[in-house]
Design a protein around this ligand. Structure first.
Ligand SMILES: [Zn+2]
Length: 107
């Protein structure tokens, strides 16, 4: 795959992740205190919120990792496992750009 194509894929992933972050932010907005919902709904809402909050953190981490690796495309350092120096499959890089290890080494 050409470097320009890889960059394009990363940019698309950045775009998708940004949209996801927007969506999560919308979902984690605090519920108005005068909102008349019963305790069960409120507890559910709070549980969902903590799940969304961790998803939001994950998405933010992914975004910064994607932005970090983008300029490295085409350099010898790009996409190599920091441990065994083997090439990390692009599919894995796009899903988990924050991981600097190949599947074997991260196990
Ligand atoms: Zn490795």
């Amino acid at each position: 795959m050409k470097n320009t194509e890889i960059k394009q894929l990363i940019k698309e992933e950045i775009h998708k992740t940004k949209k996801l972050i927007e969506m999560y932010k919308e979902e984690t907005k605090p519920v108005a205190p005068d909102c008349a919902i019963d305790l069960v709904s409120r507890t559910n809402a709070m549980n969902n919120m903590s799940i969304t909050n961790s998803a939001l953190k994950q998405a933010n981490l992914k975004l910064s990792s994607l932005e970090f690796i983008l300029p490295n495309v085409g350099t010898p350092e790009f996409g190599k496992c920091v441990n065994c120096r083997k090439e990390i499959p692009l599919g894995r890089i796009l899903v988990r750009p924050e991981s600097l290890y190949c599947i074997k080494c991260s196990e």
